[in-house]
Each structure stands twice: as structure tokens, then as C-alpha cells.
Design a protein around this ligand. Sequence first.
Ligand code: FE2
Length: 290
Amino acid sequence: MFTRRQFLAATPVVLASPLLAADAKPEFSFALITDTHLGKTGADYVKRMTTAVAEINDSAASFTVFCGDLVDRGEVAANQKLYPQWVEIAKGLKNEWSAVPGNHDPAEQFTKHVRKETESLLEFKNYRVLCFADAEPNPGHLGVVTVDQLKWLQTRLEEAKKKDQRVVLVAHVVYHENKHPDVGWYIKDKASREPFGKLLADNKHIVAFFSGHHHCGMRGWNDTAHGIHEVILPCVSYNNNRKLDAAPGFAEKEFRPAWVRVDVYPTKLVLNYKPVGAEVAVTRELALKE
Ligand SMILES: [Fe+2]
């Protein structure tokens, strides 16, 4: 007969933790891919996007979102013929996908070739992903959200709350101010920033806001008052080492062209930095409130 102390000593700790058991396997996964920049010179960006699409198809991702700058300088007539090519490659995805325009994607090109609407949503299990266009067109690099978009977001958020869904936001430009040594590209416009910040603060079911645009690898924060994880994604075209190690938040030391697989658990999101043509190089956990 075991004494209580002997019994506890003989019981593996892992069995005593329902949290670990619940987190053993993701509820689902999805893929985020940004800044494909088709038409840019210097590398074979078509090949990088095509390879990433094939890798996503081989992964556990249940859906995919492209986070802007689909074509490089889409405002240039010669580059606009690349949108049909971009769509053809994206259509190679076996599962559902959506996209937002970046500063390189004029709204009229995006709505003509990619999607009729610049705002879209995806739903999977208890998650709702709201995709919206917040990038000023070239040569702008800042973000802006219109009154109509705020209404659209608020309505979609209220629907999500009624359905008890967690919400992920996806756009091209981040909300976080990312002051020096970052480049300071964010939703700066005062008329946008205040109401958008209030929307973030008021909707506790938003768990993360993903964006592209910075070409600085994978970088993020959750030091703002709203407490939402904000993550800048690594670009599938190219990333630069901006030497942000000492900057606030986190900055991974990995800069290969990549996409990200997000594994969704009850208590965390796990971001997997997936370099094109190589194994997952870095993982980053974002804790979720219950
Ligand atoms: Fe870009």
C-alpha cells in the first residue's frame, strides 16, 4: 500500500497538469504570408511565392491570408499584368484563402483581380479572422482606417462576440507606434488612430493583430494598453536585419524569406517561422487569456 507521499512521488508530473494535456495538439493551424512583391528585381519572387504555396499545401494550415504588397509597385502599368499571375499562384492553395492590399497594391487593381472587396473575413472553429485594407498607397508608408472600415470592423466584432469567437485582425500596416530604432510605419492618422485604438481596447475577444510591410523578419509587442499581441510578419520576398535586438518587444534573429504557420491552442498561439525551402527555424509563443 502506497502512502500519499509515495503515491505523489511515483506520479509523473505531466499527468497532473490538465493544461499540458489540453495544449498537446493544436486545435487548428493557419498560414500567414506577406509581401510577395511579384515583379521586383533582384531575386525570383515568383518562385518564392510558388514554393511557399506548395509548402502551405503540405502543412497543417486550414486557411491562408496574404497580408499585402502582392505585386511590387502595382501603380506602374507594366507591373499590373502580374496580378493575374499572382492570382493563379494563390489559387494553387488547396484550402480557403484571403488577402489584403498593401501600399504597393492600388485598390482598383486589388478589387479588379484579387477580390471584389478589400475587407473580408474567414471563420474556422471558434475563430474569426478579419482582414482589412489599412495601407496608404505608394509613396505612402503609413496606415489609415476609414469611418466605413471602423463600422465594418465593429459590426463584425459584435457578431463574433455573440458567437463567442476569438478574433484575429490582419492588415498590411501595424497599429503599434514602433518608434526608433524601428521605422515608425503605423496607423498614424489621428482621425483613424484614436477610434481604432478604442476599438482595440473595447474588444477583449481580439487576441492578435498581424501585419506585414516592414521586411524586418518576425517582430512583435504586447506592451500597449489594449494588451493585444501585435506581430509584424517576416516577408516571403526578403527581410533585412535592422538590428532591433535592443528595441522593445521581440525581434527574432532570423531573416530568410519565410511564411508563418500559426498553431492555435486554447491558451496560446504558436508562431512558426517557416523559411522557404527549409525547416521551421524559430517558434514564438503568444499567451492567450482564458
Ligand atoms: Fe513590402
